[in-house]
Design a protein around this ligand. Structure first.
Ligand code: 5GP
Length: 195
């Protein structure tokens, strides 16, 4: 089941930029509705009750607000993977490459070995799931660290792009709070998945 408050907000304030890109700058990606983030995090807390999560993880920049509020709701530390200009060669970080959906380029992404390790049980969160590149990169960082991915929380999954299906096939517990199955840049109409 999608989260009604989030779906309603997307319908009201989301802008269908193209058949691939949804803009949610007024409540997630530029101005942030922290109370909505809190409702989202509470939903993840219910859905992942029982999972031995001890850390929230995301990627900069757009995941950080959502992850910070999730950290507050779960009472857990939050780590964000950083987009790095220079490859760090001293062995103090885990690195991976992520192709950016929005910027159409590759980034090196790092996380310090100080902040993630084999004892960690991670809930990964992000604003959008499209092709799954960002999520796959975060999973790779967790794997490199020997950490366990307990689950994945996504605000908006675009169900017509392959990221969600791939992660579910791989067996991850993926909790997308709104799944957009179709959107029309001409009419602005957005169809949500009903499960
Ligand atoms: P993916 O790596 O799954 O292809 O894309 C996910 C990342 O790209 C997210 O972190 C998000 O910031 C960005 N992204 C993907 N699709 C959209 C979209 O339709 N709108 C916005 N605002 N960001 C998106």
């Amino acid at each position: 089941m999608g989260m009604k408050a989030l779906e309603d907000r997307i319908r009201r304030d989301g802008i269908v930029k193209s058949d691939q890109v949804l803009k949610v700058d007024s409540f997630i990606n530029h101005q942030m509705d922290a109370q909505l983030f809190q409702q989202m995090a509470r939903r993840w807390k219910l859905d992942f009750a029982g999972a031995p999560i001890n850390k929230i993880m995301t990627i900069e920049a757009s995941g950080i607000g959502i992850a910070a509020v999730a950290g507050l709701v779960f009472g857990l530390p939050v780590v964000f993977a950083k987009k790095s200009q220079s490859i760090n060669l001293d062995g103090s970080v885990y690195t991976t490459k992520i192709h950016s959906f929005t910027h159409e380029r590759d980034y090196d992404v790092i996380v310090s070995k100080k902040y993630i390790g084999p004892d960690d049980h991670v809930l990964i969160v992000d604003d959008f799931l499209a092709n799954g590149c960002a999520m796959t990169g975060l999973i790779e960082l967790c794997e490199a660290a020997g950490a366990t991915v307990e689950g994945i929380g996504v605000a908006i999954e675009k169900g017509f792009q392959p990221g969600g299906a791939t992660l579910r096939e791989r067996g991850y517990r993926l909790d997308s709070l709104a799944i957009v199955d179709a959107m029309d840049p001409v009419t602005g109409e957005i169809a949500f998945r009903k499960e």
